[in-house]
Design a protein around this ligand. Structure first.
Ligand SMILES: Cc1cc2nc3c(=O)[nH]c(=O)nc-3n(C[C@H](O)[C@H](O)[C@H](O)COP(=O)(O)OP(=O)(O)OC[C@H]3O[C@@H](n4cnc5c(N)ncnc54)[C@H](O)[C@@H]3O)c2cc1C
Ligand code: FES
Length: 272
């Protein structure tokens, strides 16, 4: 984990209230796995005091390595970010947390994303494709077509994308979990050791994906979001309840820190 100084080279709105930010800096040795994240300090003053967590993806051009962030403006910090200009400096802490895992024997990856949840999954999709995983199916949901990200990118990679929008403007009219459920039903889905579901999105969506994977006995990894103060396991502010009980007290639930034990957890580990 490093605390590095980076510079904004690009920061523009790419979809309603959704921005793409590109950072340059000492990134040659900055290796980040899909699902891991960074904490960004949004300026050199103490306002806002806390860093904000974001998924990121490193890419290379002839000019060197860059980090790419896609963020939705939802509050104070992201509003400040959306007004930052190229040349501004940002301190970055990372890579943090534990990412997605998959083995060489994986043959089918079912990706389920809600809203901005597609952002951390995009890096995973690149890794899966690079590792030669033949069958990748992407299920992505958003409120409306304008909020569906990376569709042409995935189509260019020849990966089937199943879309759901809540207003019916693209694909299935409803929730992405309903679409995913239909897929599992229609394919009379039978779990094998070579199929894994990877999901990221709002908590109710993840809870439903976890429920479906349990029914279909499908291994499922979920990337959770939680408000974070430190990002390094110290403040306990990001803890979520896990099902596993401690040895001392059978009624006591165990907690997992999203920033340290997560953000990626086994879906069946979480007390939803
Ligand atoms: C591991 C991880 C990776 C993330 N990756 C991305 C990403 O790639 N792109 C992206 O757009 N966002 C991502 N997020 C969420 C992002 O960190 C928050 O949207 C951001 O911190 C909000 O900051 P803010 O100051 O604008 O909001 P605030 O002003 O602090 O809060 C505004 C509202 O948003 C809610 N909120 C704030 N942070 C979170 C959170 N972490 N989880 C749930 N609700 C929250 C608050 O409760 C409040 O209602 C990620 C979060 C985590 C934990
Ligand atoms: S954010 Fe402090 S322990 Fe996770």
């Amino acid at each position: 984990m490093k605390d590095s100084k980076t510079k904004i080279v690009f920061n523009q709105e790419v979809a309603p209230a959704c921005f793409r930010m590109v950072l340059s800096g000492p990134l040659d040795n900055f290796i980040i796995k899909p699902g891991q994240f960074i904490m960004l300090r949004l300026g050199m003053s103490y306002d806002p005091l806390l860093r904000r967590p974001f998924a990121t993806h490193r890419f290379k051009t002839p000019e060197g390595f860059f980090l790419e962030i896609f963020y939705r403006v939802i509050g104070y910090g992201t509003h400040i970010m959306s007004h930052m200009l190229p040349g501004a400096e940002l301190r970055l802490l990372g890579p943090l947390g534990k990412g997605f895992k998959f083995s060489d024997t994986l043959s089918t990856a079912l990706i389920v994303a809600g809203g901005m949840g597609i952002v951390p999954l995009r890096g995973l999709i690149y890794s899966l494709a690079k590792s030669g995983i033949k069958n990748i199916q992407i299920f992505v949901g958003a409120k409306s077509t304008s909020q569906l990200l990376f569709l042409t990118e995935f189509q260019r990679m020849d990966i089937p994308v199943h879309c759901a929008t809540e207003d019916g403007s693209s694909g299935y009219n409803g929730l992405v979990t309903e679409l995913f459920h239909r897929f599992l039903d229609n394919h009379a889905f039978k779990a094998d050791n070579h199929t894994v579901c990877f999901a990221c999105g709002p908590r109710p969506m993840l809870a439903e994906t976890a429920r479906l994977s349990f029914i279909y006995q499908l291994p499922c990894q979920v990337s959770l979001e939680s408000r974070m103060a430190c990002g390094i396991g110290v403040c306990l502010g990001c803890a979520v309840k896990l099902k596993q009980q401690t040895h001392h007290d059978q009624d006591q639930k165990k907690y997992g820190r999203v920033c340290l034990e997560g953000p990626v957890f086994d879906a069946q580990e979480i007390q939803w």
